[in-house]
Design a binder for this molecule. Structure first.
Ligand SMILES: Cc1cc2nc3c(=O)[nH]c(=O)nc-3n(C[C@H](O)[C@H](O)[C@H](O)COP(=O)(O)OP(=O)(O)OC[C@H]3O[C@@H](n4cnc5c(N)ncnc54)[C@H](O)[C@@H]3O)c2cc1C
Length: 475
C-alpha cells in the first residue's frame, strides 16, 4: 500500500469520516486513521457520536420514552395494557445493535469512496508527515499533501470526583448501566446531563440533577428554558440550580456527593453518580515537534474561519476546534475542508447551526435568542404558536410547548426560531433552511404547510409575528 496520500484524516468521528468520504468523492487519495476501541477491545469508526454519544443516547431515549408512554399515555388513547414492564438488558442489546450497524456502515462507505481505513494512532509530524502506529504495534510514516485533524473531545473531569467506572461514571458509562439505579445523581444540567437524566428517570430512578449555574439552559431562549423547567419538574427530575459540587466519595451506603448551594453545605447519597459537566478538546499525543499547529489557552486547535491551522496544508475540524461541540457542525466542517482541498467551494454558516435537546418535549433552536437580539439593541417582533392549538399535536396527545419566531422589526428577516414540543428536532430543519436563505417571516407565512402537521406550528408562529395567525387569537 502507498505511504503517500493526497489527504490523511486523523480521527474517524462525525467530523473526520465525512471529510475522508468527501475527499474520496473528490477523487483524492485519502486515508482515515482512528484509534477508537470499545470496551470489548473491538475497533470502530464513528467516534464519540456513534459509539458513545448521539446514537446510543437516542436509542435509549427512544426505548425509555416508549415505556414511559405505555405506562402513562396509552390509556388516554384507549389502549389498555395488562401491566407494563421493561428489560434493561434488551434495551442495551438493541442499542448495541444500532451502534454496530452504524459503525459498520462507515467502513462500507469508505470502501465505496476509496478511503483507506487505518485503525490505530496517528500523530502529525513536521512537513505533513504522519506517524501511524497500528493497534498491532506496527509503525509507519505516511506522507500527505493535506492533513485534517479531527481528534474530537473527551468528558471534562470534575475536581474532587474520581471516576471508578461503576458507581461514578461519565456519559459513556451512563449509557451502559445494566440496571436502573434506585437513586441517581447527575452533575450538570446541560444537554447531555438532561438527556441521560431523562433516560434513567423514565425508567424509575429517583433523579437529582445538580447544576452549578443559577439558571437552567442559559444558552436557550429564556421562554423555552422556563417551559422546559416546568416539564422536567412534572416528570420528577429534581433539578437543583446553584449547586456547586466539591467532591464525591464511595461509601458502603452509596456515593456521597458533597455540594454547596444557597443554604450552605449539603450531602446527597445516591447509588450512581454521572458526571456530565461538559467536554474538552482531545489532542493527546496528536502533535509532534515543529508541526506549526497551535493550541489555544483552552486546548482547542487554533483555526481560522475555514478550519485552516497556522501550518500549511493542515486543517482541523469538529470538537477539537472552536464552536459548538455538535456532530453536525463537525460534519459540515469536514465536508467543507475536503471541498476546499479539492479547489472547490466550501463554507460553514456558523449562524445557522441548529441545537437540539432530545428530552420530552424536545427542545430545538437556531439563530439568536430573544435575549441576544435585545442585548444587540435590535428592534424586533416575535410570534408564538402553542402546540395545544395544533390539531396534529392534539391528535398525538402532544400539545405541550410552543414555537416562537423572532424577526427584525424593519427588514422582517428571521433572526431566530425556537421550538419546544413534539419533534422539535425535526421541525427545526425548516427554520434552518429559512435562515440559510435569509428568509423573512413573510416568506414563511406565504409557504404552504401540509395539514394536519406539526410544521403548521412553525407557519402559524411566523404568521403571529405580524399578528396574522389564523388558528389562535392575535394579541
Ligand atoms: C452522551 C452524548 C450525547 C451526544 N448527543 C449528541 C447529539 O444528539 N447531537 C450532536 O450533534 N452531538 C451530540 N453529542 C456530541 C457529539 O458526539 C460530538 O460533537 C461529536 O462526536 C464530535 O465529533 P468529532 O468527530 O469532532 O469527534 P469524536 O466523535 O470525538 O471523534 C474523534 C475520533 O478521533 C479519534 N482520535 C483522537 N485522536 C486520535 C489520534 N491521535 N489518532 C487516531 N485517532 C484519534 C477518537 O478515538 C475518535 O474516534 C453527544 C455527545 C455525548 C457524549
Amino acid at each position: 500500500m502507498s505511504e503517500n496520500f493526497d489527504v490523511i484524516v486523523i480521527g474517524g468521528g462525525p467530523a473526520g469520516y465525512p471529510a475522508a468520504i468527501r475527499a474520496g468523492q473528490n477523487k483524492l487519495s485519502v486515508a482515515c486513521i482512528d484509534e477508537w476501541k470499545n470496551r470489548d477491545g473491538s475497533t470502530a469508526f464513528g467516534g464519540t457520536c456513534l459509539n458513545a454519544g448521539c446514537i446510543p443516547s437516542k436509542a435509549l431515549l427512544e426505548s425509555s420514552e416508549l415505556y414511559h408512554r405505555a405506562l402513562h399515555e396509552f390509556a388516554v388513547h384507549g389502549v389498555k395494557l395488562d401491566g407494563v414492564a421493561f428489560d434493561v438488558g434488551a434495551m442495551q442489546k438493541r442499542k448495541a445493535g444500532i451502534v454496530r450497524q452504524s459503525t459498520a456502515g462507515i467502513l462500507a462507505l469508505f470502501k465505496g469512496a476509496g478511503v483507506t481505513a487505518l485503525t490505530g494512532h496517528g500523530r502529525l509530524l513536521a512537513g505533513r508527515k504522519v506517524e501511524f502506529i497500528g493497534h498491532d504495534g506496527s509503525k509507519r510514516t505516511l506522507q500527505a499533501k493535506h492533513v485534517v485533524l479531527a481528534s474530537g473531545s473527551e468528558p471534562m473531569p470534575l475536581r474532587g470526583v474520581t471516576f471508578d467506572g461503576d458507581r461514578i461514571v461519565d456519559s459513556w458509562g451512563a449509557l451502559d448501566f445494566t440496571e436502573v439505579p434506585k437513586r441517581l445523581c447527575v452533575i450538570g444540567a446541560g444537554v447531555i446531563g438532561l438527556e441521560l437524566g431523562s433516560v434513567w428517570r423514565r425508567l424509575g430512578a429517583e433523579t437529582v440533577v445538580l447544576e452549578a449555574l443559577p439558571q437552567l439552559l442559559p444558552m436557550a431562549d429564556a421562554q423555552l428554558a422556563k417551559e422546559a423547567a416546568r416539564h422536567f419538574k412534572k416528570q420528577g427530575l429534581d433539578i437543583r440550580l446553584g449547586a456547586k459540587v466539591s467532591g464525591a466519595a464511595i461509601e458502603k451506603d452509596g456515593v456521597h456527593v458533597s455540594y454547596t448551594d444557597g443554604q450552605g453545605a449539603q450531602t446527597l447519597v445516591v447509588d450512581r453518580l454521572i458526571v456530565a459537566i461538559g467536554r474538552r478538546p482531545f489532542t493527546k499525543d496528536l502533535l509532534g515537534d515543529g508541526t506549526g499547529v497551535v493550541l489555544d489557552e483552552r486546548g482547542f486547535i487554533q483555526v481560522d474561519d475555514h478550519c485552516r491551522t497556522g501550518a500549511e496544508g493542515v486543517w482541523a475540524v469538529g470538537d477539537c476546534v472552536r464552536g459548538p461541540m455538535l456532530a453536525h457542525k463537525g460534519k459540515e466542517e469536514g465536508v467543507a475542508v475536503a471541498d476546499l482541498i479539492a479547489g472547490q467551494y466550501g463554507h460553514v454558516n456558523y449562524k445557522t447551526i441548529p441545537s437540539v435537546i432530545y428530552t420530552a418535549p424536545e427542545i430545538a433552536w437556531v439563530g439568536q435568542t430573544e435575549e441576544q437580539v435585545k442585548a444587540a439593541g435590535r428592534t424586533y417582533k416575535t410570534g408564538s404558536f402553542p402546540f395545544a392549538a395544533s390539531g396534529r399535536a392534539r391528535a398525538m396527545e402532544a400539545g405541550a410547548g410552543f414555537c416562537k419566531v423572532i424577526a427584525d422589526a424593519g427588514s422582517d428577516e428571521i433572526l431566530g426560531i425556537h421550538i419546544i414540543g413534539p419533534m422539535a428536532g425535526e421541525l427545526i430543519a425548516e427554520a434552518v433552511l429559512a435562515m440559510e436563505y435569509s428568509a423573512s417571516s413573510e416568506d414563511l407565512q406565504r409557504t404552504i404547510h401540509a395539514h394536519p402537521t406539526l410544521s403548521e406550528a412553525v407557519h402559524e408562529a411566523a404568521l403571529a409575528v405580524d399578528k396574522r395567525a389564523i388558528d389562535i387569537p392575535n394579541r
